[in-house]
Ligand binder design. Structure first.
Ligand SMILES: O=C(CO)COP(=O)(O)O
Length: 144
């Protein structure tokens, strides 16, 4: 699965701790993250993370573009629910695209924990079926 990880500054430590706690699961998947979040995770958890731009410089939009292409299977985004941020429109757009594409989205640690455990137990395998179907469609071999 392709998992996108994003955290605003107030929650970066929480996300790093979360990834370390579930490292045995995260290490089986391809991780993407906005710039600073990705650096913090790769340094602390020693995992490979594909880093995009920092959020305020377009990282949210980059992840949004991947979601629009159905290239992300889950987004964990520990956002700052208190402070107003200059790139709020990008954040709103990213969350909206998750709903457009029906991408599992966690914006707090309690939901993230449920999503990760659900994925580990196979409850998100329907995402793999979507990938198979999309690939078949590209190759002109879909039978659905
Ligand atoms: O601002 C962000 C998401 O909106 C996160 O960006 P960074 O991971 O670069 O701090």
């Amino acid at each position: 699965m392709n998992i996108a990880l994003v955290a605003h500054d107030v929650h970066k430590n929480l996300l790093v701790d979360f990834v370390i706690a579930y490292r045995h699961i995260f290490q089986k998947h391809q991780l993407f993250a906005t710039g600073t979040t990705g650096r913090r995770i790769s340094e602390a958890a020693k995992l490979d993370v594909i880093r995009l731009r920092s959020g305020p410089l377009g990282g949210d939009q980059q992840i949004g573009a991947m979601i629009a292409m159905d290239d992300i299977d889950m987004l964990i985004f520990f956002r700052d629910p208190i402070s107003a941020l200059g790139h709020e429109p990008d954040i709103t757009a990213l969350l909206r695209l998750c709903d457009v594409q029906r991408i599992p989205l966690a914006t707090n640690v309690a939901t993230a924990e449920m999503l990760i455990r659900a994925m580990e137990n196979g409850f998100l395998s329907w995402r793999e079926e979507i990938h198979k179907y999309e690939t078949a469609k590209l190759n002109g071999t879909e039978h659905i």
